[in-house]
Design a protein. Structure first.
Length: 212
């Protein structure tokens, strides 16, 4: 009785019950030196169209040819079936006490339908903007002003403590263009935020008016 193989079968059965009919689990037995019929157990074989007694995949052949010490699990990669299904696959190598690979435990999840949904969603939610940074929905004007202050800092690209005069002018001009100073008592909060007087704040707001 091969307790290791029985354990792998138990895990395979549990995983397919958990993840459903789109999840295929394949166990290859390398202890029998019979590559023509390496598959000794399979759950949801309809995913790839294989069954017990079928032969090895490319990954199995590559494993047999390589030094076991150089073989590592291959996780979350894409494969494709002969009938065009796209699978998210992971291959795990189960070793014996001697370090040789006894079994290959492969998980193949059919994501073909999910890719179609993903494509449809992207076509629906994509915008003409180069980057998609959704604006935050605020609950009151204080939160809105806080959000605008954060955006002004992001625009400059450095914290307030490192900003020079030109940086602060840029940030305050952004706030002005965004309508921040339409918010009651916003000038008090903005001047305190940037560490400047209200007189300086107003001069920064009006700086472009002095340019001819």
């Amino acid at each position: 009785m091969d307790t290791k193989l029985d354990l792998l079968k138990q895990i395979a059965n549990g995983m397919t019950k958990q993840f459903g009919p789109d999840c295929e689990i394949v166990i290859h037995d390398l202890t029998q030196n019979n590559l023509d019929n390496s598959i000794v157990y399979i759950e949801n074989g309809h995913v790839s169209g294989r069954r017990v007694g079928d032969g090895p995949s490319t990954v199995v052949l590559e494993t047999v040819r390589r030094n076991p010490e150089a073989v590592h699990d291959k996780l979350a990669y894409l494969t494709r079936t002969s009938d065009g299904k796209v699978l998210k696959s992971s291959t795990m190598f189960i070793r014996g006490d001697d370090g040789n690979i006894d079994y290959i435990f492969a998980v193949n999840y059919d994501i073909t339908g999910l890719l179609l949904i993903d494509r449809s969603l992207k076509s629906f939610i994509n915008t003409e903007e180069a980057t998609r940074n959704p604006s935050k929905i605020t609950h009151n004007v204080n939160d809105l002003l806080d959000e605008l202050l954060i955006k002004s800092v992001e625009l400059v690209g450095k914290p307030v403590s490192l900003m020079n005069k030109e940086d602060k002018i840029l940030a305050i001009q952004f706030l002005n263009d965004a309508g921040a100073f339409l918010i009651t008592r916003s000038s008090d909060k903005v001047s305190k935020f940037f560490g400047i007087s209200k007189y300086t704040l107003y001069s920064y707001i009006d700086v472009n008016k002095n340019v001819t």
